[in-house]
Write a protein that binds this ligand. Sequence first.
Ligand code: GUN
Length: 293
Amino acid sequence: MQLLDGKAVSAHIKEEIKKQVQEHTWAGKRAPHLVAILVGENPASKAYVGSKVKTCAELGFESTLVTYTQDVTEQELLEKIEYFNQNKEVDGILVQLPLPAHISEQKVIDTILPSKDVDGFHPENLGKMMLGQASFVPATPYGIMLMLQHYGISTAGKHCVVIGRSNIVGTPMSLLLSRNTDPGNCTVTICHSKTKDMAAICRQADIIVAAIGKPHFVTADMVKDGAIVIDVGINRIASDATKSGFRLTGDVDFEQVAPKCSYITPVPGGVGLMTICALMKNTLLANTLHTRP
Ligand code: GUN
């Protein structure tokens, strides 16, 4: 069993990005600038946005963090997005999801200018991705593709079972893995809450991508020997062993599943770090497009 080490791979990719930013700024162009908007007090969202802003600083990007309390109106949020849409010094805008129930996530996503939608959630970017056209690709599936590519894992012809059909991970992941690309060319099955006998389907998988947000959902009996297991889950569960009173765990029962795998991602230290890397790559791409002579 080999660990797919998000820490090592993301460090490598971040070094590459850093160099590109330096070359870019030495050539007199402005550094990439990401705006992150956080609404409310969700501790996981706060932690993710904090990591994104910190990584910006590490790579020589500009960043602006805008925070709102839970009761911000939809109108106020949309106006702020419009303001950053018009701002020529801003390359990427992300609004951390989920949002409070009184705000339409789709309206928020639709308001972000597609050329600044570094999350790749806007219908224009998702549509282009479906058509195989150049677009911003959602960060988590993009990060997983970068991870597979880094390890030179051959995916062509493999049966990949994606568990979860969210707009952010499961659905774009299934599309990327089925495309005629490398990595890609998988035969993809999507499993979800209405799937019958999920364990039997998962046992047929050469690659499992677990993205359901349920701790330890994938158990050893669902995994065939030699499978590749990608764990997207970042679940907070109570723990007496940490100062914070919680620890992070994935959607996969790592201890039981890992010995059966050829490759597996740990949590933490796997997909989460790749997601941030992919977001940074998207922001750098946006900056390159915005600062073209
Ligand atoms: N919530 C969970 N994942 C993401 C993500 O990749 N981007 C944003 N904006 N919100 C999220």
